[in-house]
Design a protein. Sequence first.
Length: 215
Amino acid sequence: MFQLFVYDLDGTLIDSRRDLANATNALLVECGAAPLPEDRIGRMVGDGAATLVARAFDASGLARPADALPRFLAIYETHLLEHTRPYPGIPALLDTLGARASLAVLTNKPIASTRQILAGLDLARHFADEAVIGGDGPLPRKPDPAGLRHLIARAGVTAESTLLVGDSVIDWRTARAAATRVCLVRYGFGFEGLPTTDLRADDRVIDTPGDLLRM
């Protein structure tokens, strides 16, 4: 039985694609570019805000201004919870898992935005402050395993008793690097770019949050 469940945020716990896409497109339009399709922007998410902004400008064929990242963050921070919601079944899943194991969040999203979203969606109560790691803290971002290893050490468990739940190749590589098990969520907007042919027999893939309990 797993003793620690470590969750990715965007595309795993929460469906934030529309708010991320709207903020990205607002910046692109400000800079003279046409907006990009929401699903295309969703596939750019996972490596942190700076990489998302860089990918969006590259896709638009537009030179990225030096202040693109702070401008994006300023736009996004005013719309964090406009459309963003937990995926159906997530609150009940966390209630159940939290009664039997430790829970943590490991995301490449900035920590301030992460905490604001978790609090605004009533998910923060499932995670101790020290069990939430963002992409702009002292530890390197995923797929570097340092953050995951830190959470494992904090919980006092082993890598073998830890399950990383995520939706992207970034999460998959992070679990591999830390020698933990991984569960990939097919419903997440990062799943499309995942090399499913490279998955191992013990890599788990689920279609809904509730599948994790049934499994």
